[in-house]
Design a binder for this molecule. Structure first.
Ligand code: ADP
Ligand code: MG
Length: 340
């Protein structure tokens, strides 16, 4: 008898969730934030748009983590303003950055900001630096020389500055996910400038589909897909050297800096997409793998089964090739040649 009751309630539950799924309304909106676009799609029984809440979230996020805001917490801590104190967002991003730096042996390093600025990817004009100029800034770059103590940045040199640009978009996608979940939304896709977080599914259990772009020749070339990835309860973030760069005297400079040399990365990897459980990790490791290159990344992934990557690189003959770890290969829908 007891078993029957359990079975019956299970059946009712399944039926209820099926009929609930049919009544879900798709909500979709886009906007601008963090110097890029964002796009959100979700399914909600009431069809309510939470765009306003998300826009105010982005403003609050920038007040903490944007180096482009004069009064943000990060700017004030960078400028050694003794009245500034790290808030929850700053603390989380800082601690995660340190963890990724440790794990990647410094390939990821938020103290690159003085170099990012000198090369022209921060808030100053593009420059071509020579080795002597790079050498003069390199002593400022080392994540071990900065610590967060009681909300204050303790630096071995006051000129040290930190930059969350390689990780902030991913974290904001995670936080938007939390906002949606607080409203009872369980099925959503969030894209902040190409860093994507997918939870649940589309109706009828269909997985979310996300495209990985083919590296373009020029920054504003049309976007062509190289692969399509099916996602559910995962994040996918991409770092590339082909959209954000500048050309000076015929040389292309990537916006990812190798913290060891102080020079923009200049190897055959054109784009790295990382699959992870949360978007902050996917974003941070995508940047790290751009610095590490193909061989080091393969070795790293062999030791980190929780991460997967899809890498587009130019082979010895200059032809575009792709490499993917097993966990990601399984989610790739179309072979690159079949995708337009
Ligand atoms: P995208 O996803 O647009 O390719 P990334 O997530 O890789 O961008 O972030 C690149 C930005 O991160 C740079 O513009 C710079 O501000 C910062 N950055 C550059 N090199 C590093 C590095 N080695 N570690 C951490 N941050 C970096
Ligand atoms: Mg990144």
């Amino acid at each position: 008898m007891k078993n029957h009751t359990i079975l019956l309630s299970l059946l009712v539950l399944i039926l209820a969730s099926c009929s609930g799924n049919k009544n879900l309304i798709e909500v979709k909106f886009e906007g601008e934030a963090q110097g890029t676009y964002y796009a959100v799609t979700y399914y909600d029984s009431k069809g309510i748009s939470y765009q306003q809440a998300i826009d105010s979230f982005f403003r609050a996020f920038d007040q903490s983590a944007s180096i482009y805001q004069k009064e943000s917490i990060i700017t004030r801590l960078n400028n050694n303003d003794s009245t500034a104190k790290a808030d929850e967002i700053f603390t989380y991003v800082f601690n995660k950055s340190m963890e990724v730096s440790e794990k990647t042996d410094g390939a990821f390093d938020i103290t690159v900001l003085p170099l990012v600025n000198a090369w022209g990817f921060g808030f100053t004009d593009p420059m071509k630096l020579d080795s002597a100029q790079v050498d003069s800034l390199l002593p400022l770059v080392n994540y071990r020389n900065v610590r967060l103590v009681n909300g204050r940045l303790v630096k071995s040199n006051p000129a040290i500055m930190v930059d969350f640009n390689a990780i902030a978009q991913g974290y904001s996608a995670d936080l938007i996910g939390k906002i949606l979940e607080s409203h009872g939304i369980e099925n959503y896709l969030i894209d902040v400038g190409g860093e994507v977080l997918a939870r649940g599914t589309k109706p009828e259990n269909k997985m979310w589909k996300v495209g990985i772009e083919k590296p373009a020749e020029n920054a504003d070339d049309e976007r062509i897909l190289n692969a399509v990835v099916s996602l559910r309860d995962k994040a996918l973030a991409t770092s590339g050297s082909y959209r954000k760069y500048f050309v000076k005297d015929g040389i292309r400079y990537s916006h990812t800096i190798d913290p060891k040399t102080g020079f923009p990365v200049n190897h055959t990897v054109l784009s790295v997409s990382v699959l992870a459980g949360d978007c902050i990790s996917a974003d941070a490791y995508a940047t790290s793998f751009m610095v590490m290159g193909l061989d080091k990344t393969k070795k790293f992934l062999a030791l980190h089964p929780e991460l997967n990557a899809y890498i587009i690189y130019s082979d010895a003959t200059g032809k575009l090739s792709t490499w993917s770890s097993d966990g990601l290969s399984q989610l790739i829908e179309a072979a690159p040649s079949e995708v337009k």
